[in-house]
Design a protein around this ligand. Structure first.
Ligand code: 5AD
Length: 332
């Protein structure tokens, strides 16, 4: 076995140059994926956690260069679910058996922490965990939401390359993003972060830094996906070739953080016909089906062609790869 992979399997530690070697050397790809799958099985087992995702607003104050729902995109129809609609959709998902509800939105300040706190309290009448993915807010707001019952929070760093971060996120601050992630951790959220893979100007070195950052902040969940260019964004002409590299970043993350939750992301499934199942066999242990109502689902177009989970025989398909659907909330 390759020396670096062996070390990662045993110690769950690697230096930056070792991570770079794994990312660069494609001959090690299959061995890396096998090692990540083995680690996943040993530390988090064969259960797959399903998280029901509600995309409740695509109205955004930010202008991220890669994102289809960025403020400046005038070619999409904007929507916002009412607080009652969010609770209704969450209740339905809970009745269907979901043990985690993920409330995701663009950065929409219509949803104040008070409005969201009320939504969370109502959803928490079900026996579910609640995850928020609503972007940057103040410490005080995160605190109100935590006290209302939110359990987890997703906020990707997107890239740890500061200059690249600045270029892609006009009027946003890299430092503030880090502060937000640390605040979430301090407040006791199970905190998820992650990055995009395949950004123009992104280097292998910076991806290695991303992985080390995940470990440094002791993230509880890591979501990774290849960039999928959206026609109404400044990155429309980028070559969408990040699938295998994203998978490698994911596999190394699993090796270095063996007990965390890692979703097989929708972006992976969208860019590769069997992406979700491949990811589940390279370190991932979570799937996030979209439970937003059919009418609004397609309007949350952060990238084109977003693939939804095909529920037909989902349990059977998992079984074919030796996996079952978890019945618990799936905390780290
Ligand atoms: N392709 C892939 N992922 C994207 N995201 C935003 N835009 C794109 C895109 N064009 C990701 C970001 C964000 C998450 C919700 O979706 O990483 O954090």
């Amino acid at each position: 076995m390759n020396k670096i992979i062996k070390k990662a399997l045993q110690l769950h530690e690697l230096t930056k140059s070792e991570i770079i070697e794994l990312l660069k050397n494609d001959l090690l790809k299959n061995e890396l994926f096998l090692a990540a799958d083995k680690t996943r099985k040993k530390y988090v087992g064969d259960e797959i956690h399903l998280r029901g995702l509600i995309e409740f607003s695509n109205i955004c104050r930010q202008n991220c260069f890669y994102c289809g729902i960025r403020y400046e995109n005038k070619n999409i129809e904007r929507y916002r679910l009412t607080p009652d609609e969010i609770v209704q959709q969450a209740d339905i998902a809970a009745q269907e058996g979901y043990r985690t509800i993920v409330l995701q939105s663009a950065e929409d300040l219509y949803f104040t922490s008070e409005v969201l706190a009320d939504v969370i309290k109502k959803i928490k009448k079900n026996d579910v965990a609640v995850t928020l993915s609503i972007g940057e807010r103040s410490y005080e707001e995160y605190k109100i939401l935590k006290e209302a019952g939110a359990d987890r929070f997703l906020l990707r760093i997107e890239t740890t390359d500061k200059d690249l971060y600045k270029k892609l996120h006009p009027n946003m601050s890299f430092e503030n993003r880090i502060t937000c992630i640390k605040n979430l951790k301090d407040l006791g959220y199970e905190t998820g972060t992650g990055c995009l893979v395949g950004l123009p100007g992104q280097t292998i070195e910076s991806l290695a830094d991303d992985i080390l950052f995940f470990k440094e902040v002791n993230a509880d969940m890591i979501g990774l996906g290849p960039l999928i260019p959206h026609k109404d964004t400044p990155l429309k002409d980028v070559n969408p070739n990040g699938f295998w590299l994203a998978l490698k970043v994911m596999a190394i993350t699993r090796l270095l953080m063996p007990d965390i939750n890692i979703p097989a992301t929708t972006a992976m499934e969208t860019i590769h016909p069997n992406g979700r199942f491949i990811a589940l066999q390279c370190g991932a242990n979570v799937v996030m089906p979209n439970v937003t109502d059919e009418y609004h689902k397609n309007k949350y177009e952060i990238y084109p062609g977003k693939k939804s989970v095909d529920y037909t025989k989902l349990e059977e398909k998992f079984k074919q790869i030796g996996r079952t659907i978890s019945k618990n909330k799936g905390f780290r």
